[in-house]
Design a protein around this ligand. Structure first.
Ligand SMILES: [Zn+2]
Length: 227
């Protein structure tokens, strides 16, 4: 009973603003920004990796709504102005790699994009090939494959060819003990209504039909371990 009450309380604390990246009160700041429990787990994992000679560097943790909106709007303008795509086609192109503002898992502070610090000065870091055999981040990837779950971290956009949605991201992990709850609460939101009140470019094309497909394919286009 106490456990249930505890869980309900947690769910209530996670309001819409937290879920869409407009409230950062649960984020701790060091040089990196992460949700409190995610931060502690990340530090534990990082220390363990270091003992095995792998230096994990976080390149992206918490990202707020407004940052995602800048990324989105820049891409939207580029695709519609420079490439003359119509709105719906531009959106289709953007969501291969980027989320609609308000819908990024990075808004939760539970997600980490990581590289091997030894190669931090290379350019174009987040390329999936670099994490595979022969790539500069392969030792990091192998260490994570073997150890990350022990610390609560799971790959989100895996290389399962049946998985729809975003492309394979071997650098992106979620802290499942917290993000499971966020994910459950997030799925209860009325995204169309939320997005319609923002300054997101192309929001007029984000209708009910689009949102349903986006949730099925992109939001839920995640590793089967996370469903
Ligand atoms: Zn990411």
């Amino acid at each position: 009973m106490l456990l249930l009450a505890n869980r309900l309380m947690h769910a209530q604390e996670i309001n819409t603003e937290i879920l869409i990246g407009m409230d950062n009160s649960r984020i701790v700041s060091d040089t990196i920004l992460l949700e409190k429990k995610t931060y502690s787990a990340f530090i534990k994992m990082k220390d363990a990796a270091e003992k095995d000679g792998i230096i994990i560097k976080l390149v992206s943790g918490f990202r707020d709504f407004y940052r995602q909106q800048i990324i989105w709007n820049n891409k939207y303008k580029k695709f519609t102005d420079e490439f003359s795509l119509d709105g719906p086609t531009a959106i289709k192109e953007i969501i291969r790699f980027s989320t609609i503002p308000g819908t990024s898992r990075h808004h939760w502070g539970t997600e980490i994009d990581i590289i091997d610090k030894n190669f931090e000065n290379e350019k174009d870091l987040l390329i999936s090939k670099k994490y595979e055999d022969g790539g500069i981040f392969n030792s990091l990837k192998k260490w994570m494959d073997k150890n990350s779950k022990r610390f609560g971290f799971y790959i989100v956009y895996d290389d399962d060819s049946d998985r729809p949605g975003f492309e394979y991201e071997p650098w992106h992990y979620t802290y499942k003990p917290v993000s499971d709850l966020y994910q459950r609460e997030f799925l209860k939101l009325n995204l169309k209504s939320i997005i319609s009140k923002t300054k997101v470019e192309g929001k007029e094309f984000i209708n009910d039909e689009f949102i349903k497909k986006y949730i099925d394919e992109n939001i839920m286009g995640i590793s089967s371990h996370l469903k």
